[in-house]
Design a protein around this ligand. Structure first.
Ligand SMILES: C[S@@+](CC[C@H](N)C(=O)[O-])C[C@H]1O[C@@H](n2cnc3c(N)ncnc32)[C@H](O)[C@@H]1O
Length: 196
């Protein structure tokens, strides 16, 4: 999408307006709130890791839902929220040192996304590679019984991703929040009850 088209769509978008008014750093916060309203996984979590956390709309929503939670947040870009319960790492998720975090998290959140090329299948492959990497980390960092939420853009790799998750979690669901643009191929995968 051209930046001019993106800007005019942002200006018309109800959730962008609502986010500004309610002080959320991104409209994405509403997607996570809808996910929580349906699945109730943040309220029962204690330590979470967020892949692709910037600017910080999800982190804000997480802390509102569960004010006692501890967040480890990773992004290449700055997080625009400072909070004593957020440990933020400005780095590539591939370079992060996960060794200290063995069996540490009870929830993995991923809204990570590469810069888009506009070529749907390329973008799908690029986000899928990131998700396969994150899924490979689960055995190390996620506790038994933990949960996982990730955004994906639909496409050919999706089936394999979901199959991998079905092998490791008791319940795997798809969810398209109302606040996710109808013309977007994004969908969220919610996997519950990790089997270590
Ligand atoms: C859709 S945004 C996340 C929005 C966020 N959930 C919020 O509510 O504010 C996707 C993020 O993924 C990050 N990202 C992309 N590639 C990354 C990488 N290799 N390592 C860490 N973060 C990355 C981008 O910098 C971007 O901030």
């Amino acid at each position: 999408m051209k930046s001019k088209d993106w800007l005019s769509r942002q200006n018309r978008d109800l959730y962008v307006k609502k986010a500004k008014k309610q002080g959320y750093l991104s409209r994405a916060a509403y997607k996570l709130i809808e996910i929580e309203n349906k699945f109730r996984i943040i309220e029962e979590s204690k330590k979470i890791i967020e892949f692709g956390a910037s600017p910080g709309g999800w982190s804000q929503a997480v802390l509102e839902i569960n004010p006692k939670i501890e967040i480890t947040a990773i992004d290449l870009l700055d997080l625009k929220i400072n909070h004593p319960q957020i440990a933020f790492y400005k780095e590539d998720y591939l370079k992060f040192n996960y060794d200290k975090q063995e069996n540490y998290f009870d929830l993995i959140l991923s809204d990570i996304a590469p810069n888009t090329t506009g070529h749907k299948s390329t973008d799908h492959l690029r986000i899928s590679i990131m998700l396969f990497d994150i899924i490979d980390l689960q055995d190390k960092i996620l506790v038994n019984g933990g949960n996982f939420v990730a955004k994906i853009w639909k496409g050919s790799e999706e089936k394999e991703l979901v199959n991998k998750l079905r092998n490791k979690f008791k319940l795997v669901s798809y969810f398209k929040p109302d606040s996710s643009r109808k013309d977007s191929s994004e969908i969220f995968i919610v996997a519950r009850n990790f089997i270590k």
